[in-house]
Design a protein around this ligand. Sequence first.
Ligand SMILES: Nc1ncnc2c1ncn2[C@@H]1O[C@H](COP(=O)(O)OP(=O)(O)OP(=O)(O)O)[C@@H](O)[C@H]1O
Length: 308
Amino acid sequence: MSGVEIAIEAEGLTKSFGARKVVDNLTMRVERGRIHGFLGPNGSGKTTTIRMLCGLLTPDSGRGSCLGYDIRTQQNEIKRRVGYMTQRFSLYADLSIRENLEFVARIYGLARPVEAARAALIRLGLEKRAEQLAGELSGGWKQRLALAACILPGPALLLLDEPTAGVDPKARRDFWDEIHSLAAQGLTVLVSTHYMDEAERCHEIAYIADGRLLAQGTIAEIVARSGLSTYIVTGPDLGALAARLKATEGVDMVAPFGMALHVAGRDAARLAEIVRAFSENAPQQWMRGEPSLEDVFIDLMTHREARA
Ligand SMILES: Nc1ncnc2c1ncn2[C@@H]1O[C@H](COP(=O)(O)OP(=O)(O)OP(=O)(O)O)[C@@H](O)[C@H]1O
């Protein structure tokens, strides 16, 4: 035994809808007990990939296994062991939290639905609100209830599709604490998100655009592999400076971050020359910096658009 258990392994997954290739030759691997983030622009194929991995959609080509089962031929085995939280809240607004969970437990055919619902209530800190109607909950509590429903049948893998979209920062943080505690108990989590702070909470991430995998690994690996040399500029007139920098060959990314501007390029020597020229007799201060994950994604996106 190598000690590493693989929860998801997929190779060359491809899926088209009509003439449009939505997932293109995607290869990925997720270890058990890991939180794997899925990032990419809207419509890049994240949901479609998640659906193929959990047996809801059959790929046109490629192969893969999820929890040791073949994603093409053993879809029922996979569905039984996966909790899938979709983008839409799909519980009953006019049932209480407790009633919703008991109902879900019965749908799954659990032997002791009332006890199972109570255990899920406790596990996600919902006991005090048990009798509250689901429709009256705030976004954060709704998501927590949806997560409780997902873990009710004891899945080995959670697929969470933008679980915190539109949820306030405190509730998002609490939700992520729950995800980490579930992962610590051995659950594998595949989660799609548009939030950079959430990406940074994942053990590994995959970035996809136009159905293609553009980057995969830990944050440190992705940042290191980007090969971006980065500077942080502060001072006056950053808007005008940004416009000039964007028009300069050798500058691959310019993005404002609060009161500063992040400027990055792949050719470190060329960028250093540009920085020298721009900083001479200029009112702004230039400092070497580390690229952030967002810098890397903005750069990946910009170059994807340039290639398209
Ligand atoms: N069943 C379907 N039939 C036709 N087109 C589809 C179907 N499902 C998804 N698509 C299209 O495939 C593309 C990828 O969609 P997908 O939902 O996988 O992207 P996504 O990365 O999850 O996007 P988002 O971040 O907006 O949720 C989109 O253009 C979408 O309109």
